[in-house]
Design a protein around this ligand. Structure first.
Ligand code: ADP
Ligand code: MG
Length: 406
């Protein structure tokens, strides 16, 4: 007898075979059922929320101010308890008995970092969570250093938290939660108040984390981000779920946008305008999720594609000599680096990067124009490049070759 443990749909393939026994693990990692919450002053903030977040998925919650996003998030790790209804993490309802496990499983970054940070220095603050988990001193040090490097804030290590800018505080708050390595990461407006590069860095890290098996839930007012980033979107209005669906379903619905004080993402607005003015022949085309999608929609040119080579940069196993010779021996037209570690390696090798944000999109765009691109990608981001290129090849009939060369 062979046992297979599976999430969701794969199980259906094997269930029919008599020699295989399949255990289906629920792929819903976080769920609320008819969740109500009333604040002590009588404000009814949540009025029956049914929400589901799936394993390895990126779920975005959008909605106007006061619609209940932060209140909902405070329920996800048991900080708030429902007035009615329930919250389930990995199938278990949050109770006093399992609250410690829940806090290790669900990491919550508050909307306001001042509600989260309390230790005198950045290092102490980020170390607090891992120390509470009973990790050894050296393990705590490693986690703190790793996460500070990942978020590009190693230079803030010894700074007094009170003296940091709002954006720096926000990044430190995110670092504190990532250092605990929770399976489910909940970020309340993670990019608000951040400069564009830091915001892009956080978004890139969420991509890397989902590629590594984590599940991410964010709230945001950034509709462009929600469209391009999310697998699933929930729209809240007055403490209820107004609608949930894929980004294309949500932003394809004008009535919904009008009724929930949202606005169309720039790419969507451009697409609609192209359509209305008949610049773009939209028969059978799907709504674009980013600029590249949009341009692909009306690019009828025959392209000779370039290729994208990827070097995987893994902490603790970086072979500088091999990377150096790979870069020298091939003729690259463009070079990009994803993740702080890769960027640090590029700097050390004296490589000037053409792309340091939106690297995958930029690399694909260059390859479509016949250029050869090298991408230095930290850890799981290397696989992400591969899967994005292959998705695009399949969808648009492009033939961009992409390979991890090191
Ligand atoms: N501590 C509080 N006491 C009373 N009402 C609150 C409190 N915090 C939030 N609210 C109210 O709850 C509702 C939802 O707020 P919130 O969850 O912060 O929304 P969002 O994050 O979507 O902006 C709003 O009406 C808000 O005024
Ligand atoms: Mg909020």
């Amino acid at each position: 007898m062979c046992w297979i443990y599976s999430y969701g749909s794969i199980s259906r393939v094997y269930r029919s075979s008599p020699d295989l026994k399949v255990i289906v693990l629920d792929d819903i990692v976080l769920r609320t059922s008819n969740l109500h919450y009333t604040y002590p002053d009588g404000t009814r903030a949540l009025n029956g929320i049914d929400f589901e977040a799936r394993r390895c998925n990126k779920t975005a919650i959008i909605g106007p101010n006061g619609s209940g996003k932060s209140t909902l998030f405070l329920h996800f790790n048991g900080l708030y308890r429902p007035t009615a209804g329930a919250v389930y993490v990995n199938g278990a309802e949050i109770t006093d008995k399992n609250i410690d496990t829940i806090r290790r499983t669900v990491g919550l970054v508050f909307q306001d970092p001042d509600d989260q940070l309390f230790a005198p220095t950045v290092r102490d603050d980020v170390a607090f969570g891992p120390a509470n988990m009973g990790l050894s001193r050296s393990e705590i040090e490693t986690r703190v250093e790793d996460v500070l490097t990942m978020l590009g804030i190693s230079d803030l290590r010894d700074r007094n938290v009170d003296n940091l800018s709002g954006g720096q505080k926000k990044t430190v708050a995110i670092a504190g939660v990532l250092a605990m390595e929770p399976d489910i990461i909940v970020l309340d407006e993670p990019t608000s108040g951040l400069d564009p590069e830091s915001a892009a860095e956080i978004v890139e890290i969420t991509e890397e984390l989902t590629a590594a098996g984590k599940s991410i839930i964010i709230s945001t007012h950034d509709v462009d981000l929600a469209l391009s980033w999310a697998d699933e979107i929930y729209v809240l209005k007055s403490g209820t779920v107004y609608r949930s669906g894929t980004p294309r379903e949500i932003f394809g619905d004008k009535k919904l946008i009008d009724e929930t004080k949202l606005r169309f993402p720039t790419v969507t607005k451009t697409f609609i305008e192209f359509k209305n003015r008949k610049i773009l022949d939209c028969t059978g085309c799907t709504m674009p999720r980013d600029v590249l999608d949009l341009v692909d929609g009306f690019d009828k040119n025959e392209h000779v594609h370039g290729r994208i080579d990827v070097i995987r940069v893994v902490r603790g196993a970086i072979d500088m000599a091999a990377i150096c010779s790979a870069v020298r021996n091939r003729d690259f037209d463009r070079i990009g680096a994803m993740g702080t570690l890769s960027k640090a390696v590029a700097v050390e090798l004296g490589i000037t990067c053409d792309y340091s944000t939106d690297v995958i999109q930029s690399a694909i765009s260059a390859a479509v124009r016949g250029l050869n691109v090298l991408v230095l990608a930290s850890g799981g981001m290397a696989d992400l490049v591969l899967s994005r290129v292959s998705e695009r090849n399949t969808r648009d009939g492009q033939q961009i070759e992409c390979e991890i060369i090191l």
